[in-house]
Every structure is written in structure tokens, then in C-alpha cells.
Design a protein around this ligand. Sequence first.
Ligand SMILES: Cc1cc2nc3c(=O)[nH]c(=O)nc-3n(C[C@H](O)[C@H](O)[C@H](O)COP(=O)(O)OP(=O)(O)OC[C@H]3O[C@@H](n4cnc5c(N)ncnc54)[C@H](O)[C@@H]3O)c2cc1C
Length: 303
Amino acid sequence: MIGRAWLWAAQKPAVERIVRNSALTRPVVDRFVAGSDAEAAIQVIKELNGRGIGGILDLLGEGVTDPTGADEAAASYLRLVKRIDETRVDTTVSVKLTQLGLAIDKGACIDHLRRLCAEAQVAGTAIEVDMEQSSYVDDTLDVFSTLVADFPDLRLAVQACLRRTPIDLERLAHLKPRIRLVKGAYAEPREIALQRRAEIDAQFRFLTGWLFRHGTHPAIATHDHHLISHARLVAERLQVPDDAWEVQMLYGIRRDLQAALARRGVKVRVYVPFGSAWYPYLMRRIAERPANLWFFLRALAGR
Ligand SMILES: Cc1cc2nc3c(=O)[nH]c(=O)nc-3n(C[C@H](O)[C@H](O)[C@H](O)COP(=O)(O)OP(=O)(O)OC[C@H]3O[C@@H](n4cnc5c(N)ncnc54)[C@H](O)[C@@H]3O)c2cc1C
């Protein structure tokens, strides 16, 4: 509830202005964001790789409302893929479709993503598509379904909180899709999304089982150790080898668990966001945990 109220308040331009202009919030930004440019983020990926952990690079940005902005984002992503090729780091690349203009021109967005997938294939990496607010789910599924036949490595995030997700996955079952399963980071109404933690966790468990049975190389993206233990049990029961699924976590969260899992032979990838458009991403991370919110408000007040 506190988180939903915070996400609502965070959309107000006045709140954004205060947060962006305050140097006091910098330590909180630095906890969750790997740096302002690709080189800083690649350095973080190198460190992760050195500890046996893979990366997922994310150039921050979303909700682009003009074609030039989408073109620029696509060009930046292509440069990023080139750097991955040059540096040979073990990382995938994650992208939000509204950053590639989904909200203004779906055809152009598909073209951008197609080119990106093709370049990623050449560079030996893969593209992951984030899932955004529920109003974009239909279009996101459409784009994914259009491209996945040509690019079978393409991965799609789905949200366990959405009531529709089991049906969406059934519709994709014939593709044996590569899915990243997340709880869901957006405030959604109860008609659309489960609200209680216990219900979301139950659906997450159900979908974990579904993905191990019907998907390809499932990515269980959570810091919730109960859900990770559940995934490990399912993998064991279905005799899925360690290299045929993975756990994904976010930069700056549960580093201890990331390291412990990697040591035990679980494949781990860490989502490493970078860039200057950090505001909405940071607000979602703060909303996820009341303790973050109080810490952040104290930082903002300079205390
Ligand atoms: C790799 C990855 C990719 C994601 N991609 C998407 C996406 O495409 N679309 C989408 O809607 N959501 C995405 N998410 C976010 C996700 O939906 C959740 O909002 C987020 O992961 C928090 O939920 P949780 O599963 O970790 O469980 P929670 O129950 O929220 O957290 C479990 C534990 O993790 C720790 N923790 C969790 N969040 C925080 C935090 N912000 N700060 C400090 N500690 C924390 C705490 O110890 C907490 O007790 C992604 C998450 C990950 C890990």
C-alpha cells in the first residue's frame, strides 16, 4: 500500500524535480544504478563475471513519445552490443519496448528490435524484453511473438502478479518460450493484478513449475529466497541440469544471495542498469521496500 502511494506520488513532476536536483539522493541512486555510461556498466559486468556471475545490461529509459527518441535509444543499444562483442563480457541486453517507441509506432519498434536481435546474434549475446505496465502487455506479447521465430534466444519478462499471465503463457506454449518470471513492479488495479503477497507468491510458484515444464531455459528473477528454493526443488524433481535455467537479480540487491547461489553452482545473472534516465527505475526500487522509502526520504531531507 505504501509502495503504491509512493509510485503515485513519484509521477508528480514536482517530486521528480526535487529528487533529481538533490545531491543528497546520489548515494541511493548509486546503490541501484551502475553508472552514467556503458563503460561504467561494462566494468561492473567484468567484476560480476570474475565472480562467476553473468550480466544483463539495461540502458535506462522508457515511455519515449517521439520517433527521434526511439531512434536514439535503438542506436545506443546497437553501440552497446558492439561493445559487448569487443569486450567479450558474459552479458545479455535488456530493453523496454516503450524505449524503442512501442507507444507511438509498433511497426518501427519491431524494426528496431529486429535489428538489435540480429546484431546481438552476431555478437554472441541475446536480447531480453522487459515487461512494463499492463496497458502494454498485449503489444509486448505481439512484438515478442513476431520476432521469436527468427530469434529463438529472445527472452520475455512476464509478471506473476497479473491475473492474465497463466493464459498468456498457455498461448505461447507452442513456442517453448524463453521467459523471465518476475513478481511485477508496477501499481495495477485489483481487477488486473493480484494484490496480496501470498497470492502473488502462489502464482509465482505455479508459473515456475509451468516454465520448467513448457519453457526453454527459464529465468527465475527474484530476490525472494523462498521462491528461489522452490525453483531449485522443481529443477531437481524434473532433473533439469544447472546450466538449463538461471536465477536473475538486480544490481545492488541481495549481493550475498547472488554470491552464495553462484558458489553452489546455480547460474546467476545480475541486471545492471545504467544511464541518466534513472528516475522511474529508482522510484520502483524504492517502492518495493518500505525500509528503502524511509531511508530515501531521510536522505532527501538531508538527515
Ligand atoms: C532481473 C530482474 C528483472 C526484472 N524485470 C522486471 C520487468 O521486466 N518487469 C517488471 O515489472 N518487474 C521486473 N523486475 C522487478 C520485479 O517485478 C520485482 O518488483 C522485484 O524483483 C522485487 O520483487 P522480489 O521478487 O525480489 O520479491 P520481494 O518479496 O519484493 O523481495 C524479496 C526480498 O528481496 C529484497 N529486495 C527486493 N526488492 C528490494 C529493493 N528494491 N531494495 C532492497 N531489497 C529488496 C528484500 O530482502 C526482500 O525481502 C525484475 C526483477 C529482477 C530481479
